[in-house]
Design a protein around this ligand. Structure first.
Ligand SMILES: [Cu+2]
Length: 375
């Protein structure tokens, strides 16, 4: 009986161990879009270097303590019934185990503080930076505003996608429209909090062209988990062309269905929360002004993510796909609560809270067609 129970316990232990190992091994997938162990920019690299220094010191101390412990346990184990020699106090030892940790912590503080300062202070001034972008956190999406390429008094407004020229220093000024959010692109830079009425900023640089995942890293309410964005690092010429395109209004179409969608957009109150003009004036002091409540939709159909990452519009090759986009926009408008529980559109827009104003199928189709043309 006793033997059987012991075996069963061993078996249970074995199964638990394998389950735990399995869970840990999920971390080993080759696809790791948000891994900080694969840094591709100087800020993320310096943070990883610091991590390894602290980890190395910690690992050394762990091994040293374990070795001392095992040595003591083996060497001084009870040999016979005699009471061993008793010691009370040891000044040398006590001074040593107070002073050594102080020295270790002081040594670790040097690279830590250096990294904090390097990450806080951009290597170039705001005038010399490639771009100074305003990033504004909203529940639950990111807004990005760029200086207008031709007009210093204006800004180009975009959402959920941050474009930067590859290999150049970009300064991101962080703000929040409501609660505290945090800006983080694990492979490139972050995390720095976006605090209401507080001017935080960070700098970043992407060493390789590519698409990187970013996300809010500070719990900010029910839909926090679906508050993501993409950072797209592209060659200078592509970046300039992109910004120029973003600064123009979306094309006008004469197609009657598009016109109808545009009318529904106005009549159903969508335009009360969503601007379709991508350009905003700056305030008299050069600061960003408050925009509308929801994301700017001027070039919505060219974005990789919809509704803060509730939908991904990209195909397997990473390109925004028009039919995927169309299907996603339809799902979003049909049931925003299902796509992103608790989001502020479904809680506040008249078409979702007032049954009398609910969109019918014809209106929905026209809206989808119209939004698909906002490129
Ligand atoms: Cu958040």
């Amino acid at each position: 009986m006793v033997v059987l129970a012991g075996r069963r316990r061993m078996k249970r232990l074995g199964v638990s161990f394998l389950a735990a190992l399995g869970v840990l091994m999920i971390g080993c997938t080759p696809s790791h879009p948000q891994s900080t162990f694969d840094p591709l920019g100087p800020v993320a690299e310096s943070q990883l270097d610091l991590f390894w220094i602290i980890f190395g010191v910690g690992a050394f101390i762990f091994v040293a303590v374990e070795v001392a412990l095992i040595y003591a346990a083996v060497t001084f184990r009870r040999h016979n019934e005699d009471v061993p020699r008793q010691t009370h106090g040891n000044n040398k030892l006590e001074v040593a185990w107070t002073a050594v940790p102080i020295l270790i912590l002081a040594a670790v503080a040097v690279p830590t503080i250096m990294t904090i300062f390097d990450n806080t202070n951009p290597p170039v001034s705001a005038d010399e930076a490639a771009v100074v972008v305003d990033a504004i956190g909203h529940q639950w999406w990111f807004e990005f505003r760029y200086p207008h390429p031709d007009d210093a008094g204006k800004q180009v407004v975009f959402a959920n996608e941050l474009h930067v020229p590859v290999g150049e220093t970009v300064i991101v000024r962080l703000a929040s429209d409501d609660v505290i959010h945090s800006f983080w692109v694990p492979k490139i830079a972050g995390k720095v909090d976006m605090v209401p009425n507080n001017d935080n900023s960070l700098w970043l640089q992407a060493d390789q062209a590519g698409t990187y995942s970013g996300q809010c890293a500070e719990f900010c309410g029910v839909a926090h988990a679906i508050m993501r964005f993409t950072l797209i690092a592209e060659p200078r010429a592509d970046f300039d062309a992109w910004l120029r395109l973003q600064s123009t209004p979306p094309p006008e179409y004469t197609d009657p269905l598009v016109q109808e969608g545009k009318e529904v957009f106005r009549a159903s109150g969508c335009s009360g929360c969503h601007d379709t003009n991508p350009v905003m004036n700056l305030g008299p002091d050069g600061a960003s002004l408050m925009g509308r409540f929801g994301p700017n939709l001027a070039h919505l159909a060219s974005r990789s993510l919809l509704a803060g990452g509730a939908f991904d519009n990209r195909d397997d090759l990473g390109q925004v796909n028009a039919s995927l986009f169309q299907a996603n926009v339809r799902s979003w408008l049909e049931d925003p609560e299902d796509a992103k529980p608790g989001n502020l559109m479904v809680r506040r827009a008249a078409v979702y809270i007032d049954p009398a104003k609910e969109l019918n199928e014809a209106e929905l189709s026209a809206l989808v067609i119209y939004l698909t043309r906002l490129k």
